[in-house]
Design a protein around this ligand. Structure first.
Ligand SMILES: [Zn+2]
Length: 59
């Protein structure tokens, strides 16, 4: 099993967490913060460029 995870950071409430890219929509799709319900592109929640690349490859 591939246990790759990506780290997320909400630009609005600063919640940080990690999850499997399988659980996320594609980078350009809208994603809602589970804490504050901010709506932004999934790419904007990626903590680092590396997380964004992982999302693009596996999400
Ligand atoms: Zn938030």
């Amino acid at each position: 099993m591939d246990e790759t995870t990506v780290q997320l950071l909400c630009p609005e409430c600063a919640k940080d967490w990690q999850t499997s890219p399988d659980e996320l929509p594609e980078s350009k799709a809208m994603f809602h913060c589970p804490n504050c319900h901010a709506s932004r592109r999934t790419a904007e929640f990626m903590r680092t460029d590396r997380d964004l690349q992982t999302l693009k490859q596996l999400g």
